[in-house]
Design a protein around this ligand. Structure first.
Ligand SMILES: C[S@@+](CC[C@H](N)C(=O)[O-])C[C@H]1O[C@@H](n2cnc3c(N)ncnc32)[C@H](O)[C@@H]1O
Length: 440
């Protein structure tokens, strides 16, 4: 059925939202104030989904997408909206999530945008599929089928070249691609990371395989590429959606990335987390520092500390920082980084935050930067029990931030400031820094 709709706003996930006789209709790839003809593709009791057939009147913030595969490839959701428009849309997504899901009405500040909204990513994880006729691309939207993307406009051009080289090497060596349906074949992912999206060198290429085997000429061929500083082999024998397995070995050259953020030299091993946008990671750290507002005497607990980026930036301005991180190589990176940057007032604990958050001492400031799923209520209770003067919550998922703020609210802590940072232009993802304080 084709209907006419006027889109009201864009919601979490990036779809436009319209009403049809009181029914909510989600319209992917639409923009606020678009008038569209759209085909209903899903109809449920309390919502429907429709795809745009024709734009009758375009939104004032509509623009032509730059990627020819936009809409087909699952990577981007907002290329049809101008970058300034995306910043407004994302601020409203954060506002909407916090109010609707968390009953948090703290005004959301303007989002800190990226001056370079294309080719900003320092990391790309390509799935590999196709058995004996391998292809390396991105997942087609809402599927696990591959789209061949010869050029992605979100990452450095050198990544496209190394991807093409990898495909050539697989064809030359007869190395098979993984088949996730029957858990056969070998090469599962090619993960490319560089210090910065501008960097034409220092790239670490990680080849993830199901078995322990990887044809020798693949590592040699990748290592010979001028942008590649090192090749790592990761083995993931499990039938899982997780990309990396537990075991990695360096096959050639440098096994670690080197990032530089606010004057800190940061080593990051191939499997450790680092923000995918190096420039905006700096903006994020500035916000954390500003909103933590240390006076020099504070003891800080940095939960989910990764390779220590936020810990070390704060360490110069406080008495001590204790970081907690469960991934052992990241803890080793953080310790190395503390030594290299002469931050002797830091310690890093390898542990699950859920089991230690309330047992590491007294803290004036707690910083937390959990994965997308946010925190457990027990962890939030443990943090509240520390009675910190400030909590700085860095979130990459406004929905779980909203849920966690609601839990903290019930424990006497309220968000006094909410400030989004755009780490992920052209996509619906958004990072948020929240300052949370004991309610007056
Ligand atoms: C979003 S990253 C933040 C890292 C760091 N703050 C940064 O900005 O670079 C989340 C980190 O939490 C770690 N992590 C996830 N779950 C954890 C848990 N239950 N306990 C401890 N660390 C965890 C991950 O390994 C990852 O390094």
């Amino acid at each position: 059925m084709v209907v006419e709709l006027v889109v009201d706003r864009v919601v979490a996930g990036g779809a436009g939202l319209a009403q049809l006789d009181g029914l909510k209709v989600f319209v992917p790839f639409s923009a606020p104030k678009d008038r569209v003809r759209a085909r209903l593709t899903v109809r449920k009791k309390d919502y429907a989904v429709a795809e745009v057939v024709e734009v009758l009147e375009p939104s004032p913030i509509r623009t032509a997408p730059q990627c020819p595969l936009y809409g087909d490839c699952g990577g981007c959701q907002l290329q049809h909206i101008s970058y300034d428009g995306q910043l407004v849309v994302k601020k409203l997504i954060v506002n909407d999530s916090l109010q609707r899901l968390g009953r948090v009405f703290t005004p959301v500040r303007n989002i800190t945008g990226e001056t370079r909204p294309w080719r900003y990513r320092n990391k790309t994880q390509y799935p590999v599929a196709g058995g004996r006729r391998p292809s390396i691309g991105f997942f087609r939207r809402q599927t696990h089928d591959l789209v061949d993307v010869p050029e992605c406009l979100l990452h450095p051009e050198s990544f496209d070249k190394v991807r093409a080289l990898m495909l050539e090497l697989m064809l030359q060596t007869g190395e098979t691609a993984y088949n996730e349906k029957n858990h056969s074949g070998n090469v599962r992912h090619l993960v490319l990371r560089a210090p910065d999206a501008d960097a034409d060198s220092g790239m670490v290429a990680t080849v993830v395989t199901r078995t322990r085997h990887l044809a020798g000429p693949i590592a040699e061929g990748l290592a010979a590429h001028p942008s590649v500083a090192g090749v790592v082999h990761n083995i993931n024998p499990n039938q899982t959606n997780r990309i990396m397995g537990a075991e990695s070995q360096s096959l050639s050259g440098e096994a670690n990335l080197r990032f530089r953020v606010l004057g800190k030299d940061l080593r990051c091993s191939a499997g450790s987390f680092f923000q995918v946008n190096t420039g905006q990671a700096e903006a994020l750290c500035r916000k954390v520092l500003k909103h933590a507002a240390p006076e020099g005497t504070e003891n800080v607990l940095d939960l989910y500390s990764g390779v220590g980026m936020i810990s070390l930036v704060l360490a110069d301005f406080v008495r001590s920082v204790t970081g907690v991180e469960q991934y052992r190589p990241a803890v080793r990176d953080a310790e190395f980084n503390a030594a290299v940057n002469s931050n002797q007032n830091t310690r890093f604990v390898r542990a699950d935050v859920d089991s230690v958050a309330d047992s590491l001492g007294d803290f004036d400031i707690v910083v937390l930067d959990p994965p997308r799923k946010g925190c457990s209520p027990e962890t939030l209770r443990a943090i509240a029990g520390l009675r910190p003067g400030r909590i700085i919550y860095v979130s990459c998922n406004p929905a779980t931030l909203a849920r966690d703020l609601k839990v903290l609210g019930a424990m006497g802590f309220q968000a006094s400031l909410i400030e989004p940072v755009d780490m992920f232009p052209q996509t619906a993802h958004v990072e948020v820094v929240a300052r949370i304080e004991p309610a007056a």
